[in-house]
Design a protein around this ligand. Structure first.
Ligand code: C2E
Ligand code: MG
Ligand code: MG
Length: 429
């Protein structure tokens, strides 16, 4: 089957690649060798451009191309197809496993940061894979299927995805099921204890949403939060989370006295014009003290329209709500924000904490972040503490609060009650 679409309408790099693809498919008819197509989409380039300038973004793309060239086989073809996307065409793949191996090799190129103008930048890529003739019967449909696999990988937060027949509707299906889930109370809040490192007792807990779906079973937030964020569903989802957490907070304080609750606020929510009023209403409805609510926002919230984000954070701060910067160290926001952001707490990302005992670089980042936060009079929380040695090391470094599987995993509210009774970190009722 040949395409009747006008290929001249595509950007030149895409059109050139398309011709190459058609040629390779033509050869299949003689050699019978299957083709693998990987579409590699570099992420965060926009953020990198905003933070470090367009030239840094371009240099990062060039450095990436250099790394890929280092792993290509002679017959492989690799092209920039525009929009921070690249196509890698593998001639004569034996099966899907071969193409997946190639995707893993590309992903391994991101393990080391890219050093651009003296900045160590951690870039990421998402890859969509499709095979000819297994998944498509033309160059056009092969491209389209690799793109579909890519969108799916993006929607479910996976490093790569290989095309499958049932993929096309997946994120749309998740979207409509999620809408129903919010309306029908299929969501549940789990709570993970946050431990005060001085008193060694639980002082707060982070509310983490779970979805118990009749079709899919237990679904973690990494699967559906990106879908909610890509649609307007993130607003009702956040309001549900906030209201449930504030209702539980009243019960927690009745049982255990001084407790606060932390709720994650997606960057998208911060840009919703009436979000501050909605949060104030929820606080009023549950008769909560604003200071007992911690809102966790990531650095990326400051990327898009930083002035507006800052104004919203300032209003929340003026209301008396506690603000925390989540996953600190993984975003690209400028340290200059540190002096303007009206925040109370920094949460060091678990990626640094988990390896701090065996990676000197991570240990230095953790150490410096604790000092940085304290110099600004912010509290520091370390998340991802998985063993005693890490806990004790952080306590000695002066870290204020710890969160991690070593002390307690996220659990339903009823189980938290048992944990409080039985765990050495718990507050007995
Ligand atoms: P986060 O806010 O950074 O939450 C911490 C995540 O790290 C949680 O994963 C938690 O279970 C996990 N974690 C904590 N300690 C450890 C540890 O010691 N080891 C390991 N391996 N993991 C640990 P979870 O619950 O899967 O949540 C993932 C992300 O989903 C959260 O990251 C947050 O960004 C998002 N999320 C969860 N609930 C909500 C919500 O209600 N609203 C929004 N907007 N986002 C949410
Ligand atoms: Mg969080
Ligand atoms: Mg985090």
């Amino acid at each position: 089957m040949t395409s009747d679409r006008d290929e001249s309408a595509k950007p030149p790099s895409r059109a050139a690649f398309f011709n190459e693809l058609q040629e390779a498919i033509g050869q299949f008819k003689q050699t019978g060798r299957a083709l693998g197509l990987l579409i590699i989409s570099l992420r965060r380039i926009r953020e990198i451009n905003i933070t470090f300038g367009y030239q840094a973004g371009d240099r990062l793309l060039q450095a990436f191309v250099g790394r890929v060239r280092g792993i290509l086989r002679h017959a492989d073809s690799f092209r920039d197809i525009g929009g921070n996307d690249f196509a890698l065409l593998l001639p004569s793949v034996l099966n899907a496993g071969h193409a997946i191996l190639a995707a893993n090799r590309v992903q391994s190129l991101f393990e080391q940061p890219f050093v651009i103008d003296g900045h160590a930048i951690r870039a990421q890529a998402v890859i969509g894979i499709a095979l000819y003739p297994n998944h498509a019967d033309s160059a056009e449909s092969l491209m389209q299927r690799a793109e579909m696999a890519l969108s799916h990988a993006l929607a479910v937060n996976k490093p790569y995805e290989i095309f499958q027949d049932e993929l096309p509707a997946t994120s749309l299906v998740i979207e409509s099921e999620l809408q129903r889930a919010i309306e029908n109370d299929e969501l549940v809040l789990y709570y993970q204890p946050k431990i005060d490192m001085k008193s060694r007792r639980c002082s707060s807990s982070e509310a983490l949403v779970r979805w118990i779906s009749p079709e899919r079973g237990f679904v973690g937030p990494n699967l559906f939060i990106p879908v909610a964020e890509a649609t307007d569903l993130i607003i009702p989802l956040t309001l549900w989370t906030l209201n449930t957490a504030l209702r539980n907070l009243a019960e927690f304080r009745e049982k255990w006295g001084e407790m606060t609750v932390a709720v994650n606020l997606s960057p998208r929510c911060l840009h919703e014009p009436n979000v501050v009023d909605l949060i104030q209403q929820a606080i009023n409805v549950w008769d909560a003290e604003p200071g007992h609510l911690v809102l966790e926002v990531t650095e990326s919230a400051m990327m898009h329209d930083p002035q507006h984000a800052l104004a919203q954070l300032q209003r929340l701060h003026d209301m008396g709500v506690m603000l925390s910067i989540d996953d600190f160290g993984t975003g690209y926001s400028s340290l200059a924000y540190m002096k303007t952001l009206p925040i109370d707490e920094l949460k060091i990302d678990q990626a640094f904490v988990r390896h701090m005992m065996d990676d000197e670089g991570d240990a230095m980042i953790v150490h410096s972040t604790i000092d940085l936060a304290h110099n600004f009079r912010h509290k520091v929380v370390a998340e991802g503490i998985e063993d005693e040695l890490t806990f004790e090391t952080l306590a000695n470094l002066g870290c204020d609060v710890g969160q991690g599987y070593f002390m307690g995993k996220p659990m339903p509210a009823e189980q938290l009650e048992l944990w409080m009774q039985e765990s050495p970190w718990g507050i007995k009722a």
